[in-house]
Design a protein around this ligand. Structure first.
Ligand code: NIG
Ligand code: FE
Length: 399
């Protein structure tokens, strides 16, 4: 059945950020058939007509970097950080990622699902229709698998597309203390093929940092991913510049994420490779970082810029992509248009989904959000206010 969504301001988020002020969208079988000015609408057969009363429509939002599946919280660590203890100090004392690892190992699949679902629902309420979810708090084959299975189960239970990422190279588990090379070898040669064989892995990520894994170790993991035909991405240049993003660009990484310490040469290498620079301003805010990502260099190099929540219990306990947009504009200096492209078109590219979603053009998924706003700038303007009217996923109204 054909559906006509009419009388709307349609922000397509295509390359030229085309807006149709008297716009309409034709959808059928979960796909967009046509988008444009109502006056230019092609003759079509009978359609169910939805009058949107002049509302704004954007593509469904895409949160392209999350650690949404986890157990417990690290609120007490946050309280300690407020008193002056550093993130790295807490990590060295066995807290940080390893504290969440213990909580995840101790949780059943059902418990993990039950704790993660409300966070997903918070994102759904803001019009998020596609999300990436990483493993990385299990750090055994069984527990990484458990996290990825929960991510798949969330997709089955909610109206959302979930892309899974194996982030076993998030932190060195205690079983491998002092043996990071051995750990990377086991992840590359045993865990990755096994989890990929179960259909649980859409991409592979690594925390490339002095407190994570080095560039050589990251590259071994990327080679293993390439051998299985899997795309890669990287937590890069967050606290220092190790040169990870240039290596990632050589491997045509989908994205490099954080990038506070990136250089113009990194930006150029990423741009040439089509690698998206994912900004994570909530982590920057929560860690009270001082070093901003070089937005001017990304613009100059024309590196695509995405924005994500980084939802995780340590550095970014946030489930609002709209707030991440606000922070990306105010803290990092992105324009409203850059922020919107960052949670739609460029976020889709960061997941390798650019041919299927992220823009409102013919042939893409009929995923869109109808907003109670007067201008599209409101999406990065409000702080803690959600102007979503309703959400359409695969052509159906889901909320
Ligand atoms: O993206 N870099 C590491 N990963 C997360 C933090 C994880 C945690 O502290 O639990 C990040 O910021
Ligand atoms: Fe992260």
């Amino acid at each position: 059945m054909l559906t006509l969504w009419r009388n709307a301001h349609v922000a397509t988020c295509d390359d030229s950020m085309t807006v149709y002020e008297q716009g309409a969208i034709l959808t059928r079988s979960g796909q967009i058939e046509w988008v444009g000015d109502e006056s230019a609408m092609p003759k079509s057969g009978p359609a169910e007509v939805r009058d949107l009363g002049g509302a704004w429509v954007t593509p469904g939002l895409i949160d392209c970097h999350t650690h949404l599946v986890f157990a417990g919280t690290r609120a007490t660590e946050y309280a300690e950080r407020l008193k002056g203890r550093s993130y790295a100090e807490i990590a060295r004392a066995g807290g940080g990622i390893l504290s969440t690892m213990r909580a995840v190992r101790g949780a059943s699949e059902q418990e993990l699902f039950d704790q993660s679902a409300p966070r997903l629902q918070s994102l759904l309420a803001e019009g998020v229709t596609t999300i990436e979810i990483k493993s990385g708090y299990g750090l055994t084959l069984a527990d990484e698998g458990k996290m990825l299975r929960v991510a798949r189960a969330l997709q089955r239970s909610f109206p959302i597309t979930v892309k899974t990422t194996l982030l076993a190279a998030h932190s060195l588990p205690p079983e491998f203390a002092g043996r990071a090379d051995d750990y990377i070898q086991v992840v590359s040669e045993d865990w990755l093929p096994a989890l990929h064989g179960e259909g649980l892995v859409d991409a592979v990520d690594v925390f490339c940092e002095s407190i994570g894994f080095n560039v050589a170790q990251s590259e071994r993991l990327f080679d293993a991913a390439a051998a299985l035909g899997l795309p890669v991405k990287m937590h890069a240049e967050q606290l220092s510049n190790l040169g990870g993003s240039q290596m990632a660009a050589r491997h045509q990484a989908l994205s490099c994420d954080h990038l506070e310490f990136s250089t113009p040469a990194d930006a150029a290498a990423m741009s040439a490779a089509g690698t998206v620079a994912v900004m994570l301003p909530v982590a920057f805010y929560c860690l009270a970082e001082g070093h901003r990502p070089p937005i001017a260099a990304f613009r100059e190099a024309r590196t695509p810029l995405a924005i994500a929540t980084d939802c995780n219990p340590g550095s970014a306990p946030g489930t609002s992509l709209l707030l991440a947009m606000s922070m990306a504009t105010r803290l990092f200096g992105l324009t409203s248009d850059e922020a919107l492209a960052g949670v739609t078109r460029h976020a889709a590219r960061a997941l390798g989904e650019q041919d299927r979603r992220g823009v409102l053009t013919a042939g893409k998924a009929a995923d869109f959000v109808i907003w109670n706003i007067r201008s599209v700038e409101e999406l990065s303007y409000w702080i803690g206010f959600n102007p979503r009217r309703s959400v359409v996923r695969a052509g159906r109204v889901t909320s």
